[in-house]
Design a protein around this ligand. Sequence first.
Ligand code: GTP
Ligand code: ZN
Ligand code: ZN
Ligand code: ZN
Length: 294
Amino acid sequence: MCTVCGCGEGETNIEGEGHSHPHEHAHGGLFHAHGHSHPHGSEHVQYREHGGAGLHFGLGAAHAHAPGMSQSRMVQIEQDILGKNNAYAAQNRTYLATHGIFAINLVSSPGSGKTTLLTRTIERLQGKIPVAVIEGDQQTSFDADRIRATGAPAIQINTGKGCHLDAHMVGHAMESLKPADNSLLLIENVGNLVCPAGFDLGEAHKVVILSVTEGEDKPLKYPDMFHAADLMLLNKVDLLPYLNFDVAQCVEYARRVNPGIKVILTSATSGEGMDEWLAWLGAGLINARSVAST
Ligand SMILES: Nc1nc2c(ncn2[C@@H]2O[C@H](COP(=O)(O)OP(=O)(O)OP(=O)(O)O)[C@@H](O)[C@H]2O)c(=O)[nH]1
Ligand SMILES: [Zn+2]
Ligand SMILES: [Zn+2]
Ligand SMILES: [Zn+2]
């Protein structure tokens, strides 16, 4: 995953900005580790077989594998990337806290319904709570356009080859977007159930959206994301009559990974669960505002 390879750095484009910080965006070393001998053995000590059938590349110190790179080098890169990211995240968090802004980082695989849920959320909050949106995608401004069609301000971050938002990108997006004081800031991450888990954006909570068409086993297959999230929206429940999806099993899997995770069943299509989701957002916003005013 990207915490150990820095694969997406240098590809970012934020709407309205010619963004370039070569000093911050230097590749993390991946492209300088090639071209030499390929010493099988020492690099590959992480191989383990599962009952003779599978290979596990995540058992080394870096919990990941990149061809030609040692585990110690990957750990060093991860510390470097996440150290910088966490510094930006801390800046974002301070800004958000000072301004009473409740920021949510929505994470999921592609197509789970993040943007649809956001448009429905904005429609329900219109005239009651100011909402701004940061949209993350590799390419296109489709999602930001869908949000702006509701009347809410939105800015698109395109990550190019990158597969997650990081706190540096979000800091620049906030500079352009200028979310109102005491508002709700909804950040839709790049559709990816792996890499966004590792990157703190300065948000109050990660919210993972899992749609019932994806299968109930996802919390166990992609545990980092479900561990990082405080809330799981189990979405598209309007489709349950047509699927063999075991809701109780899915929730049990999610709680096996993260015993404290809250779960709300939602359907952006039928509106099921929207009241509970909006109540959760409202409570968080009241808390963010009270912290800012003290
Ligand atoms: N039946 C049903 N379909 C839904 C629901 N929510 C979203 N969809 C559909 O799912 C598809 C993907 O929805 P999006 O909102 O674009 O998903 P996304 O997570 O924003 O996708 P990416 O940004 O590409 O990761 C669209 O065809 C939506 O109409 C839901 O609650 N029920
Ligand atoms: Zn990645
Ligand atoms: Zn910058
Ligand atoms: Zn989307």
